[in-house]
Write a protein that binds this ligand. Structure first.
Ligand SMILES: *[C@@H]1O[C@H](CO)[C@@H](O)[C@H](O)[C@H]1NC(C)=O
Ligand SMILES: *[C@@H]1O[C@H](CO)[C@@H](O)[C@H](O)[C@H]1NC(C)=O
Ligand SMILES: *[C@@H]1O[C@H](CO)[C@@H](O)[C@H](O)[C@H]1NC(C)=O
Ligand SMILES: *[C@@H]1O[C@H](CO)[C@@H](O)[C@H](O)[C@H]1NC(C)=O
Ligand SMILES: *[C@@H]1O[C@H](CO)[C@@H](O)[C@H](O)[C@H]1NC(C)=O
Ligand SMILES: *[C@@H]1O[C@H](CO)[C@@H](O)[C@H](O)[C@H]1NC(C)=O
Ligand SMILES: *[C@@H]1O[C@H](CO)[C@@H](O)[C@H](O)[C@H]1NC(C)=O
Ligand SMILES: *[C@@H]1O[C@H](CO)[C@@H](O)[C@H](O)[C@H]1NC(C)=O
Ligand SMILES: *[C@@H]1O[C@H](CO)[C@@H](O)[C@H](O)[C@H]1NC(C)=O
Ligand SMILES: *[C@@H]1O[C@H](CO)[C@@H](O)[C@H](O)[C@H]1NC(C)=O
Length: 666
């Protein structure tokens, strides 16, 4: 390992603004009454280059986040209703209660309207989120440049994709404190799916296996009348180069559970789909543009969960802002697909084979494979990597897909919101600005307060993919690369394991890259108090290892883990064996969906936001994973240890123990 320096502060960049970015600190027209002050600056990450000014008539769907009136109070509610030691544990908030807490103050709304009017914007054209904390409007670049005192450019990624962005923007002083973030401005996230990869491409059927090859190392024993699953049962059900639903249901103890509250209890997963070209990161080995194909899901379930086979054609797929869903010939006549367009005229596309990707198929196959007959809802949000098209004077509101999705969820009645939702998208934290990351993360807190458990995959390159581990601030300082939104403190981040007893997942891929359970410490989010004790003890145990490469005061992840290595997925009629934390997250979510089923069947609230419970005492119910590490950034990464570690979190779930601990019937 080369000697490495500590990252420098983002604040240092802010003070240099006027020399680095003279264009956007220029004052507005003289008639305006207020000082113009830099609101946010975030340098374009490596691999993006400026092709020159954006055409002034290009349309931008501008989204303005208003400071949420009582977010601190919302956060307090979130922690109270999620803390098993608190009297309000499980007393989740309704959508209306949440929206009331996050609604901007009258003063903030008035100031923002005044600002828009001052710049000649017709406020009749604004559209609002349910809590009125986000306002959107389509405007030409020239107007936005005036409004934000900046200049937009066309930026090109080295993979050839292009976006219209600016690195920073300035606002009149009187609206500063009333605005959280404005987008699209300086968000450069690629929102690439956490990247399951093809290992072996072959047709295959379920293999049962009896083997004595693996050593049992089950030394960990929490107080419970339910011992971990018997190893011979697991060896009989599992082939760890081909992990099927039968194996997972055996390993995580869901196989004997009988679903009782299907319908009231639901599970969801999200996909963020671009409507056109999607170019994965160079070297990532990912094929282009993902989507769901019900025929593949049906084929998978026919093999691995036969009683659920027909359900492949029945689960709800919801298209948000033009997300692509399978509305093709395979859909049964009463297609369940629904469209939710958020005020944007968009055309739903049917699915062409060239647009398919094993990605969302994987989520549906494993969530149904474990959670059936709990209903699944698949949310497909359009526009993941918006591509600037010079001849087309339109844009859409999906430049910021997490925001679009979260606003859609904020408007849903409580009865329609799934109690667990899995997401396997993310990018390096430093590809977005701190303000934007905070605004998105706050949206997730709102769902948590409503009793939703959000699972995010933790990433696939350990502490960072080797060549990317350089700070965006100076383009030279080496640092571990935290992944957003897995590092948001209001979500449960899921790492990857393999084998039995489970180790942290680790595999050399045919591309030459190494897959490793994603892990790290946020720079944008401070350590939440719920994890301080566990994480501080872990950091102390490292004895200075990697000092300067990671932020000890940041939110650490993952929180838990699940199998993420070598599971079969049927895609385009063929079985692929995949690896990735994008498998771990839906698997963990489906296990918790079944715990919720048991709770809801007894008239009790779902588990909701897991982490406060998890770190306080839920962790003793997990199967600790103590072997392996989160190798990356040319290091062997953080080691797995007893207890919490920055590789596999607290380990993997086992439903019988969870049911017992919650005192519910099996
Ligand atoms: C960062 O550094 C590399 C190598 O030193 C250079 O090729 C690249 O242009 C730099 N990028 C930026 C955005 O400064
Ligand atoms: C199964 O576990 C028991 C104790 O936990 C151990 O003695 C035995 O060797 C294990 N068997 C295999 C096949 O690993
Ligand atoms: C495990 O699965 C792989 C396919 O990925 C297969 O080649 C192998 O034969 C299986 N092993 C056993 C013991 O069934
Ligand atoms: C999707 O399919 C359903 C039923 O086949 C049809 O009613 C609906 O119009 C289709 N939606 C689109 C956008 O094509
Ligand atoms: C499906 O898409 C193709 C190409 O995009 C188009 O030609 C075809 O008409 C579409 N089919 C339906 C039923 O919409
Ligand atoms: C480290 O994390 C803290 C707490 O979130 C934050 O204030 C600080 O800016 C971070 N340091 C860097 C270098 O980003
Ligand atoms: C899908 O399968 C068909 C036939 O098996 C094959 O011709 C086609 O190339 C496959 N498509 C992709 C994108 O792999
Ligand atoms: C889904 O995939 C199957 C092959 O597995 C193909 O025949 C079918 O046309 C695909 N459906 C859609 C809507 O593209
Ligand atoms: C521990 O993990 C390493 C990879 O990090 C793996 O090579 C080894 O086989 C694992 N040991 C056991 C006992 O699973
Ligand atoms: C990691 O190793 C790669 C290839 O050996 C090299 O290109 C890169 O500069 C190294 N990165 C760091 C942060 O040392």
């Amino acid at each position: 390992m080369a000697p490495l320096r500590a990252p420098t502060m983002i604040a240092a960049v802010l003070s240099l603004l006027s020399c680095m970015q003279p264009s956007f600190v220029a004052a507005g027209p003289v008639a305006r009454r207020s000082d113009i002050i830099v609101k946010d600056y975030h340098k374009a990450p490596r691999f993006w280059s400026n092709l020159g000014p954006a055409p002034s008539e290009h349309l931008i769907h501008l989204t303005v986040g208003l400071s949420q009136g009582r977010f601190d109070e919302l956060e307090r509610h979130l922690y109270e209703v999620s803390d098993p030691a608190h009297a309000r544990y499980g007393k989740h908030l309704s959508a209306d209660e949440v929206n009331e807490l996050v609604a901007p103050t009258d003063e903030a709304s008035a100031a923002v309207l005044e600002w828009l009017e001052e710049y000649g914007i017709d406020t009749e054209d604004l559209t609002y989120s349910p809590a009125k904390d986000w306002v959107s409007i389509r405007l030409p670049v020239s107007t936005v440049e005036d409004l934000l005192n900046t200049e937009y450019s066309v930026w090109e990624h080295r993979d050839g994709s292009t976006v219209v962005r600016t690195e920073g923007y300035s606002l009149p002083n009187y609206v500063h404190k009333h605005i959280s973030t404005i987008q699209p401005t300086n968000s450069w996230a690629r929102l690439e799916g956490h990247k399951q990869r093809k290992e072996v491409m072959k047709r295959s059927v379920l293999n049962k296996r009896t083997s004595h090859a693996l050593e049992a190392a089950d030394t960990w024993g929490p107080p419970s009348t339910f011992p971990p699953p018997d190893n011979s049962t697991i060896y009989a059900a599992c082939n760890f180069t081909h992990v099927t639903p039968l194996c997972l249901r055996t390993l995580y103890g869901t196989i004997d559970y009988e679903v009782k509250a299907a319908g009231v209890n639901k599970m969801g997963h999200t996909n963020y789909l671009e409507e056109g070209k999607y170019t994965p990161k160079p070297g990532s080995g990912c094929p282009e543009s993902p989507s769901t194909n019900r025929s593949d899901i049906s084929q998978f379930l026919g093999l691995y969960r036969p009683e659920a086979q027909q359900y492949a054609y029945e689960f709800d797929a919801i298209s948000i802002a033009g997300g692509v869903i399978d509305n093709g010939t395979n859909v049964a006549s009463e297609a369940r697909d629904r469209e939710a367009n958020l005020g944007k005229s968009s055309v739903l596309r049917n699915l062409s084979l060239s647009q398919q990707h094993p990605f969302s198929v994987l989520h549906a196959e494993y969530m149904i494979g474990i959670g059936y007959p709990t209903p699944l809802i698949a949310y497909h949000t359009g526009g993941r990597n918006p591509t600037y098209m010079p001849d087309i004077l339109t844009t859409d509101n999906s430049d910021e897909p997490f925001l679009v999705w979260a606003q859609y969820m904020a408007g849903l009645p409580d009865s329609e919101v799934p109690q667990v939702i899995s997401t396997s998208y993310g990018d390096d934290e430093q590809t977005v600005s701190r303000a934007y990351a905070q605004a998105v993360c706050n949206q997730f807190a709102q769902l948590g307060a409503r009793g939703v458990s959000l699972f995010f995959s933790s990433g696939d390159f350990g502490v960072g993919q080797d060549e990317t581990c350089i700070s965006n601030i100076d383009n030279t300082t080496a640092m571990f690369m935290p992944s957003f939104p897995a590092d948001c403190p209001y979500v449960t981040a899921v790492g990857a394991t393999t084998g039995y007893p489970e180790s942290a997942a680790w595999r050399r891929l045919s591309s030459g890259l190494y897959f490793n359970s994603g892990a790290g410490f946020a720079n944008y989010f401070e350590q939440p108090s719920y994890q301080a004790k566990a994480v501080d003890a872990y950091v102390a145990g490292l004895g200075g290892l990697y000092d300067g490469l990671y932020n000890k005061s940041g939110r650490a992840y993952p929180d838990i883990s699940a199998i993420g290595q070598l599971f079969p997925v049927i895609w385009n009629g063929t079985t692929l064996n995949l690896v990735g934390t994008s498998g771990s997250s839906p698997i963990a979510a489906a296990v918790f969906a079944l715990l919720n089923d048991a709770l809801i069947a007894e008239g009790r609230p779902p588990v909701g936001f897991l982490n406060p419970w998890l770190y306080k005492w839920g962790h003793i119910l997990f199967t600790d994973v103590t072997n392996g590490s989160s190798a990356g950034c040319n290091t062997s990464g953080f080691p797995a240890t007893e207890g919490w570690d920055a590789v596999t979190g607290w380990g993997t779930p086992y439903l019988p123990k969870l049911l017992e601990a919650f005192g519910v019937d099996k």
